[in-house]
Structure formats: structure tokens, C-alpha cells
Design a protein around this ligand. Structure first.
Ligand code: NAD
Ligand code: 6OD
Length: 483
């Protein structure tokens, strides 16, 4: 049984449970206790009490030391986290090791560094009438922060928010995705063992509407919401908190373009594009789903990328040969397959895959899918307009730089883009013209945790990362002292 964690204790299951299904083979992985509104309110009240108590009086050095201890303890239990993350998501163990859990450790250390180094400007004010004053700002925690995260990179995205929130002195109530409840609970043990007082970190399990997600954002006791997930859910959360005017930080969906110029180093571009289209079975908000390729190299890029897609190895998470896991659920696979079928109906040419693979033995019960690459679609087609969140992309040729920029920016989303060229000026120029929160040149998903992360348009509100996180998780209070 996977339980809720409230006020420093695992709550005894007393109500509804649901079954977490393994995406690898369809078996029941665990029962999960769904928090009702009462338990969510108890978690919010515990968070408030922690803020009003010892946790609210901690200093920055005490909190940074705690974050570093949490990172150390996470490392001690590394393989346990890897196994839990992989079991919930079906992703290869090696990927959980190299990306998910390693980033969770880095998140704690990085935000300890950021908070330790943080400062705010002060001003000596001199008025025309001769009065002088000292203005300075003090950062106060935002308060009780609701943290709601999705299933694709569960621990990475959770710690990306929990680490800065705690470093800034907030108390959190986290709601992991119903698909991936496990690592948020393991993290509760780690934070408790690192010395975090009861109530400062609480976990409530459940779904969105009519369940723990909705109850949490409707609670009068929360002071803000930080959310990663789909744009539609972001809009619902915004509406839910609007009557109480709470701040939100939203990292939402993407429909990310890659632009490949004919002068690109194609070996490196194909490596990068393979990762950006197929990593985590295409279930990363930053994944490329629209691929614009300059006409002279269009056929070569299409053929080479299709070849790489054919080389992906679907299989068990513990098989070292496996490169690609299943989708998170049958429901998500049904959604992705609808886009696959519609592409055929629209007359697209499917260069590779595009169906359900035949998997051996018990794997046949999992939510496996083949990767897909299409040509022959246009920006008007649904495959280029809506976020699919699967291992697929459409390739479209272009001739000029202006045309590439126009095609890439022709979307309601605006999370990330990548530009592939050996012309340095062009790389900078095109990256800056992309209407996105993050543009990469000749790489993808290369992260510096101090840099701003977020999107424009349907892709989100606000930025997190380094000092940008501190701006969300604290309230600067100005103090003006007449001298
Ligand atoms: P989702 O929006 O369905 O769910 C995300 C979380 O919100 C889950 O915990 C869910 O239970 C909860 N939730 C759903 N409805 C809610 C409501 N009305 N009130 C409160 N909570 C609610 O997203 P998902 O399917 O879990 O994840 C995939 C989506 O997340 C994709 O759109 C992807 O692009 C996006 N995502 C974005 C980023 C980013 O950084 N921009 C990162 C990862 C994933
Ligand atoms: O790298 C990060 O900090 C981050 N927030 C990644 C988001 C990935 C989305 O799926």
C-alpha cells in the first residue's frame, strides 16, 4: 500500500484506494490510498503549523545544510529510488539512474547553493528636500505551497520544486501524479531522516478533478501553487485559485520545433534529434514533435533519423540493451495512437513504425508503442498543432531562414526549440527569434539549473531555476528606514 504522508507520519488508509498498474506488463504494481478532502486539509494545516513553529524560525544555513543532507541520503538510497521510478513509469533503469535520480540529487545541492548565495539590492535614497533613507528588501517565504507534478519525470520535477521551496523556508503539500506515487513517498522518508520537522513536507495522493488535486488547489490554506503538467490542467488550476488571488508558477505543455539548416553538422544533429524526439518515449515536455529541415538535407535527415528510430530497442527496464520503455498507460497509448491513425488518414508518409509492436510474453500486456516519423504533413495538421507526448515527429522542409522561423513560431505553445547549424551568427539569430522560453543551439536538454526554465503562450507562466525560483518561492518585503 502506498500511503499519504501528513504531519510527519504515514496516514493509515481509511478510505478509497486505486490500483497503480505497471505500464510494462499491465500487472498491478500497488494499491494507493486516495486522500479525501479532509486529509488534504489536514496536510495543509500541518504545513501551516510547521511554518508557525520551529521550521518557520530556521535560518538559511540550517536549511541549506538540511538540503545537502537530503542529497546525501538520496544518494545512499539511490538504487531504491531508481527501482521505484522505473517500476512506476516503465522507463529503463539506466535512464532513471542517469537522468531522474541524478537530477533529484543535483536539485537539492543546486538550490542549497543558490539560496546560500542569494541577496537582494539595497538603496540609499536621497530626496530633493534633503531626507535620506535606507531601503532594503527582506525575503519571506511564500508560505504553504501546493506542488502538483506529472508522471513523466516524477522525482526530477518534484524535487525541482520542493528543493527551492524548502530552501526558501516554505512548507509544502505535494500531489504526485496518480500514475507515479512512489518516489514522492520515498522522498518523505529521506527528508524526515535529514531532519525536516513534521508538517514541512506532506504528500497527498489522488487524481485531479473531484480528488486530491482539486481539493488541494481549492484549499483556503494554500499561499501559492507551483504546477507542472498539461496546459488544460493549468487553466483549471488558475480558475480554481483565482477567487483567492494566489500566485501560480506553471510549466505546461510544449509543441517544440527543431530547425535543421543545411550547414549543420549532421552527425551531431542526428544524435541530438534522436534524443530530442524519442527520449523517455517522447514523454518529455521539451521533446521535439515538429522538425523543420532545410531542403538540401531533408531526405538525408529523414532517412538517417528513421534509421536511428529503427535502432531503438523496446524492452524490459532491467535489460541493459533497452533504450525505450512503454508509454505511461493504456489510456495514453490510445491517445497517441489516435494521432498515428489520423496521420495515415491525412495521407502522411510514415517513414518508420507508427503502430503497436508485438511484445513477447507478459510484456504483451504493457502500453508499448512504436516510434513514428511522418513526412507530407503541414503546419495546419493536428499532428503539428497539438501536443502528442509520444515518440513521434513530423518532418517539414523549408528553404529560407525567415520561412523556418515563421514555421517554428506558428504555434500556440512556446516552451523550447533547438537550432542546428554551424553558422554561429545564424544560431544566435534564429535562437533569439524563437518565441519560446528556452532555445538550444546544437544541443538539446542541456541544463544549467541556475538558468530560467519555463515557457510562453500555452506553455506556461513564470520561470523557475536559480534566482528565478527564489522569486516565486519568496515574497520580498521592502523596509524603508529614514536616516
Ligand atoms: P496533467 O495535467 O494531466 O496532470 C498533472 C498533475 O495535475 C497530476 O498530478 C494530476 O493529477 C494533476 N491534476 C489534474 N487535473 C487537476 C486539477 N483540475 N486540479 C489539480 N490538479 C490536477 O498532466 P500529465 O498527463 O500528468 O503530464 C503530461 C503533461 O505535462 C504534458 O502536457 C506535458 O507537456 C506536461 N509537462 C510539462 C512540463 C514543463 O516543464 N513544461 C514538464 C513535464 C510535463
Ligand atoms: O530540467 C528541468 O528542470 C525540467 N523542469 C524539465 C522538464 C521536463 C519536462 O518534461
Amino acid at each position: 500500500m502506498i500511503r499519504n504522508f501528513v504531519d510527519g507520519e504515514f496516514a493509515e488508509p481509511d478510505g478509497r484506494c486505486w490500483q497503480k498498474i505497471s505500464p510494462v506488463d499491465g500487472s498491478v504494481r500497488a494499491d494507493v490510498h486516495e486522500a479525501d478532502r479532509d486529509l488534504v486539509e489536514r496536510a495543509v494545516a500541518a504545513a501551516r503549523a510547521a511554518l508557525d513553529g520551529a521550521w518557520g524560525r530556521t535560518t538559511v544555513p540550517q536549511r541549506t545544510a538540511l538540503l545537502r543532507r537530503a542529497a546525501d541520503l538520496l544518494e545512499e538510497r539511490y538504487e531504491e529510488f531508481v527501482a521505484a521510478e522505473s517500476a512506476d513509469t516503465g522507463k529503463p533503469l539506466q535512464q532513471a539512474r542517469d537522468l531522474d535520480v541524478s537530477r533529484a540529487v543535483a536539485n537539492f545541492r543546486s538550490f542549497a547553493d543558490t539560496v546560500a548565495a542569494a541577496g537582494l539590492p539595497s538603496y540609499l535614497t536621497e530626496l530633493p528636500d534633503g531626507r535620506r533613507a535606507l531601503n532594503y528588501a527582506a525575503r519571506k517565504p511564500l508560505g504553504v505551497v501546493a506542488v502538483i507534478v506529472p508522471w513523466n519525470l516524477p522525482l526530477l520535477l518534484l524535487t525541482w520544486k520542493v528543493a527551492p521551496a524548502l530552501a526558501c523556508g516554505n512548507a509544502v503539500v505535494v500531489k504526485p501524479s496518480e500514475e507515479t506515487p512512489s518516489t514522492a513517498v520515498l522522498l518523505a522518508e529521506v527528508l524526515r531522516d535529514a531532519g525536516l520537522p513534521a508538517g514541512a513536507y506532506n504528500v497527498v495522493h489522488g487524481f485531479g478533478p473531484g480528488s486530491a488535486g482539486q481539493f488541494l488547489v481549492e484549499s483556503r490554506g494554500i499561499d501559492g501553487v507551483t504546477f507542472t503538467g498539461s496546459s488544460a490542467t493549468g487553466a483549471s488550476i488558475m480558475a480554481a485559485v483565482a477567487p483567492r488571488v494566489r500566485p501560480v508558477s506553471f510549466e505546461l505543455g510544449g509543441k517544440n520545433p527543431a530547425v535543421v539548416f543545411a550547414d549543420a553538422d549532421l552527425d551531431s544533429a542526428i544524435d541530438g534529434l534522436t534524443r530530442s524526439v524519442f527520449a523517455n518515449t517522447g514523454q518529455v515536455c521539451l521533446c521535439t514533435e515538429r522538425l523543420y529541415v532545410q531542403r538540401p538535407v531533408f531526405d538525408e535527415v529523414a532517412e538517417r533519423l528513421a534509421e536511428r528510430a529503427r535502432g531503438l530497442r523496446l524492452g524490459r527496464p532491467d535489460d541493459p540493451e533497452t533504450t525505450t520503455g512503454p508509454l505511461i498507460s493504456q489510456e495514453h497509448r490510445d491517445k497517441v495512437l489516435r494521432y498515428y491513425r489520423l496521420a495515415e488518414e491525412l495521407g502522411a508518409k510514415t517513414l518508420v513504425g507508427g503502430g503497436v509492436p508485438s511484445m513477447p510474453g507478459d510484456l504483451a500486456g504493457g502500453s508499448w508503442i512504436e516510434p513514428a516519423l511522418w513526412t507530407g504533413l503541414t503546419n495546419a495538421d493536428v499532428q503539428l498543432r497539438e501536443e502528442i507526448f509520444g515518440p513521434c515527429a513530423a518532418l517539414i522542409p523549408f528553404d529560407t531562414e525567415d520561412e523556418a522561423v515563421a514555421l517554428a513560431n506558428d504555434t500556440e505553445y512556446g516552451l523550447a526549440a533547438s537550432v542546428w547549424t554551424t553558422d554561429l551568427s545564424r544560431g544566435h539569430r534564429v535562437a533569439q527569434r524563437m518565441r519560446v522560453g528556452m532555445a538550444w543551439v546544437n544541443t538539446w536538454f542541456l541544463r544549467d539549473l541556475r538558468s530560467p526554465f519555463g515557457g510562453v503562450g500555452l506553455s506556461g507562466i513564470g520561470r523557475e531555476g536559480g534566482d528565478h525560483s527564489l522569486d516565486f518561492y519568496t515574497q520580498p518585503t521592502n523596509v524603508c528606514v529614514q536616516l
